[in-house]
Ligand binder design. Structure first.
Ligand code: G4P
Length: 191
């Protein structure tokens, strides 16, 4: 998606050969006009699939996911990283260990919001090693849902997330695919 690539080139910062900082429009400050176009682009890519719910992982996936859900005319569901102390019986959980952040958490979904009648689209901001996306896939399957695909804003194509998701049998649509990061360098995958 050219608009997102241009924004990454103008405001993104390669902090190292593996980390891209996009705090000014995705992770800290959010650009709502860009998010609206991102939502439209995902909705257009998945227009022929009958999606009933959009799933995302808190927190940075929420903005693009809500715009996507709005465009598709369906609800958006936030997979939580902190377990509710009230809803202990009615939840599905799976453990996620992030290689990027060196942290571990229980990703949680209430059984109230996804079931075997749903076809879900999973949206997230980054795809690195794919731990978070694979966890979201596991939760959707535990709820009995079908998975239409995984929609990603920024894929770091030099890490193994995309291949893991493809190997598991799911489609990945990434709006920007970063091939290489370095000092003053952000390069995209060109097909
Ligand atoms: P992993 O398997 O390597 O752990 O990668 P995963 O895709 O699960 O990402 C773990 C967390 O690190 C995610 O954020 C993801 O957005 C973030 N992340 C990974 N690589 C980058 C990067 O190059 N730049 C930025 N800005 N973030 C990156 P999270 O823990 O879910 O946090 P949140 O921002 O959604 O709250």
């Amino acid at each position: 998606m050219k608009l997102l690539e241009d924004k990454i080139l103008s405001e993104g910062l390669a902090l190292s050969e593996s980390v891209l900082k996009v705090d000014s429009f995705v992770n800290h400050q959010v650009d709502p006009f860009l998010m609206r176009e991102i939502g439209r682009d995902f909705a257009s890519h998945y227009k022929d699939v009958h999606i009933t719910k959009v799933l995302t992982i808190e927190s940075s996936g929420i903005a693009p996911a809500v715009f996507t859900a709005y465009e598709l005319g369906v609800p958006m569901i936030i997979l939580k990283k902190q377990t509710s102390k009230i809803l202990k019986d009615h939840i599905l959980q799976t453990n996620i260990t992030s290689f990027t952040k060196g942290t571990s958490y229980e990703l949680t979904l209430s059984k109230d919001y996804v079931d075997d009648k749903d076809t879900v689209l999973i949206i997230d901001d980054f795809l690195a090693n794919g731990e978070a996306a694979m966890g979201a896939i596991r939760l959707a399957l535990m709820a009995g849902a079908k998975i239409a695909g995984i929609g990603i804003l920024i894929e770091k194509s030099f890490q193994k997330g995309r291949q893991r998701i493809l190997d598991a049998g799911y489609e990945v649509y990434s709006q920007a695919r970063v091939a290489k990061l370095g000092k003053d360098l952000i390069e995209f995958v060109r097909e």
